[in-house]
Ligand binder design. Structure first.
Ligand code: 4FV
Length: 259
């Protein structure tokens, strides 16, 4: 995959992609990544890239000309890449979108600054808009980095055997099960016994139950967005029955004021 980032601060990406998974992905040519400075596409002597907003108001707006020139230059280098503006108005990024983007031949990620970019950069220059969440950043760079990281690790061959994307959070639409490693006892807290048995089917079942419980407690909305597998339905039904029994056996009559 070819990844081009258009930004006023290309140096922010130098460190970002020279470590860890991204460094490895570039070294094994799973991705080719470069950051282009939008200021280099400003035609005027002072290379101005922002100006005051029409209609008044605080802050500055990114000028259309340098951005349009930068996007056209990037499309020269990566003709099949999708041009994506990082902005709070975009589709909210999630694992499903990460999988969608990981199948693309390339991405041109446009990082705004100031109040945003001039709205006349049409769909021929900006094919897509992505938001990493409902909050306002001072620039699109951090958002672009989140997208690059989440997408690159899904490219086949980038994550080695030891850490695969298959059992990711959200890979099956559930939160991930808890993880443990040595020592077996930490400050008095033990590792769940089943994980030490080597009994893979019991371990898989325990992990699925732990995933369901975490998702039910912390992100019940995720359970509304997906079907339940027969195994998952079986687990929830068992909880439902034991909760029903507990309530039947232990619940005080409604008018009991003892507690
Ligand atoms: C943002 C987000 C974001 C808006 C104005 C940059 C800032 C400034 N990008 N997801 N949330 N962008 O807040 O992607 O130009």
């Amino acid at each position: 995959m070819q990844i081009l980032v258009l930004t006023l601060f290309p140096e922010m990406f130098t460190a970002f992609w020279s470590h860890g998974m991204l460094r490895k992905a570039i070294a094994q040519e799973s991705i080719a990544a470069a950051a282009l400075n939008i200021r280099n596409f400003a035609a005027d002597r002072h290379q101005v890239t922002d100006d005051r907003p029409y209609g008044g108001g605080s802050g500055m707006v990114m000028k259309p000309e340098p951005l349009a020139a930068a996007i056209r230059a990037a499309k020269e280098r990566a003709p099949d890449a999708r041009t994506i503006l990082m902005s709070p108005q975009g589709r909210v990024f999630n694992q499903a979108l990460a999988r969608e983007l990981a199948a693309l031949p390339g991405m041109i990620l446009i990082c705004g600054r100031y109040e945003g970019v001039d709205d006349r950069l049409g769909v021929d220059l900006i094919a897509d808009e992505l938001s990493i969440g409902d909050y306002v950043l001072t620039g699109g760079e951090v958002a672009a980095m989140a997208v690059i990281d989440a997408v690159t690790r899904l490219i086949p061959g980038v994550l080695g055997g030891e850490d695969s994307a298959e059992c990711d959070s959200f890979a099956n639409g559930l939160l991930e099960h808890p993880h443990y490693t040595r020592p077996p006892v930490f400050e008095g807290a033990e590792v769940p016994g089943v994980l030490l048995t080597g009994h893979h089917r019991n371990i898989e079942r325990w992990r699925l139950e732990a995933s369901l419980l975490r998702t039910f407690v912390h992100r019940p909305d995720l359970l509304q967005e997906r079907e339940l597998t027969p195994q998952e339905a079986d687990i929830l039904r068992r909880w439902h029955d034991s909760l029903g029994r507990l309530i039947a056996e232990r619940a005080l009559p409604a008018d009991d004021r003892r507690r």
